[in-house]
Design a binder for this molecule. Structure first.
Ligand SMILES: NC(=O)c1ccc[n+]([C@@H]2O[C@H](COP(=O)([O-])OP(=O)(O)OC[C@H]3O[C@@H](n4cnc5c(N)ncnc54)[C@H](O)[C@@H]3O)[C@@H](O)[C@H]2O)c1
Ligand SMILES: [Zn+2]
Length: 260
C-alpha cells in the first residue's frame, strides 16, 4: 500500500471514529474553484500586490476608489465561482451526520453555495456591503452599482461610507463570530483543516484550541504548516482530489474498507 493510500485510510478511520467533526477551511479550499489564495508560491495574490495598500481599512478609507477598483477586479473570480468537489464532499459528510459545521476564513460564500449548514465566517464575506457608520448590511450589488456609476458608495439610511462586509487588515474580528466559533469546537472530536497556511491569527489558534479541548487534528494542505507535527494525519495533496475519496469511503464502505 502506498503512503498516500495509508494516509487516506488513517483519515477515514478518524472520521469513522468521530461524531462531532468540524472543518476549518482556508483559501486553499477554493483554489480549485478558480479563486487564487494569498500565499501559494507563484500564484498567491500577495506575491502580486501589497495587502496593506489594497486591503487594509486605513487604505480603504484614504483611497476608496483605488481599493474598490482592485476589489472589483479580484472579486470577479469570486462572484462567478462555483463550489468544487471539496466543498461538495463536506456537504455530503454533513448529510451523513458526521460534520457538525464549518469554520471558514474564506469570504467567497462557496460553502453556502454548496449548501453546507452551520458555517462561521471568521472574515465575513464579499457578497454583502456594510455601512461603516450605522452598521447596516446590504447586498454587494447595491454598492457595486454605485461604484460603476462613479459615485462613492454610501448608505441609503445614513449616508455613511459602505465597504465590502469582509474583514480588512487592521479591523478586529467580530466578537459574536469568535463566540460562535468557540461554541462550535467545544464538543468537537475531530478538527479537519482544509487548505489553510494557518498563519493568520486568531484563526490559527483554533487547531490548538480544539486539541486542548480533547479533539484530534487532521490536515489536508499542499504545503506544510506549523501545526503538521500536532496532527494525527497530514496529507500534502489537493483537497478536491483527496477529500472526496475519504467521504466516499465513509458513505459506501465504512469500517470494512479499513480491513482490506
Ligand atoms: N477564497 C477566499 O475566500 C479567499 C481567497 C484568498 C484569501 N482569502 C483570505 O485570505 C486569508 C489567508 O489565509 P488562508 O490560510 O486561508 O490562506 P493562505 O493563502 O495563507 O493559505 C492557503 C493554503 O492552501 C494551500 N492550498 C492551495 N490550494 C490547495 C488545494 N487545492 N488543496 C490543498 N491545499 C491547497 C496552500 O498550499 C496554502 O498553504 C484568509 O484569512 C482568507 O480570509 C480568502
Ligand atoms: Zn448607514
Amino acid at each position: 500500500m502506498s503512503i498516500l493510500e495509508e494516509q487516506i485510510k488513517q483519515l477515514a478511520k478518524l472520521i469513522l471514529d468521530s461524531k462531532n467533526i468540524v472543518a476549518l477551511t482556508g483559501a486553499g479550499m477554493s483554489t480549485e474553484s478558480g479563486i487564487a489564495d494569498f500565499r501559494s508560491p507563484g500564484t498567491g495574490l500577495w506575491e502580486k500586490v501589497d495587502p496593506y495598500e489594497y486591503a487594509s481599512i486605513d487604505s480603504y478609507i484614504a483611497h476608496p476608489t483605488k481599493n474598490l477598483e482592485f476589489m472589483l477586479e479580484t472579486g470577479k473570480a469570486i462572484f462567478s465561482a462555483r463550489p468544487n468537489k471539496g466543498h461538495k464532499a463536506l456537504t455530503k459528510l454533513q448529510k451523513l451526520s458526521k460534520l457538525k459545521g464549518v469554520l471558514t476564513q474564506n469570504i467567497d460564500r462557496l460553502h453556502h453555495k454548496a449548501k453546507t449548514k452551520n458555517i462561521v465566517e471568521f472574515h465575513g464575506n464579499v457578497m454583502e456591503a456594510k455601512c461603516l457608520h450605522c452598521g447596516e448590511v446590504f447586498l454587494i450589488t447595491n454598492m457595486i452599482n454605485q461604484v460603476l456609476q462613479g459615485r462613492s458608495p454610501s448608505c441609503i439610511i445614513c449616508n455613511g461610507m459602505l465597504k465590502p462586509n469582509a474583514i480588512f487588515f487592521g479591523e478586529p474580528l467580530e466578537s459574536e463570530t469568535l463566540r460562535a466559533a468557540d461554541e462550535m469546537i467545544v464538543d468537537c472530536d475531530l478538527l479537519i483543516v482544509l487548505g489553510s497556511s494557518l498563519v493568520v491569527y486568531p484563526v490559527a489558534f483554533y487547531p490548538q484550541k480544539a486539541l486542548s479541548l480533547g479533539a484530534k487534528l487532521a490536515i489536508i494542505n499542499i504545503q506544510e504548516t506549523d501545526m503538521d507535527s500536532l496532527a494525527e494525519v497530514v496529507i500534502h495533496e489537493k483537497i478536491g482530489e483527496m477529500f472526496p475519496k475519504n467521504v466516499t469511503i465513509i458513505e459506501k464502505k465504512g469500517y470494512n474498507y479499513l480491513k482490506q
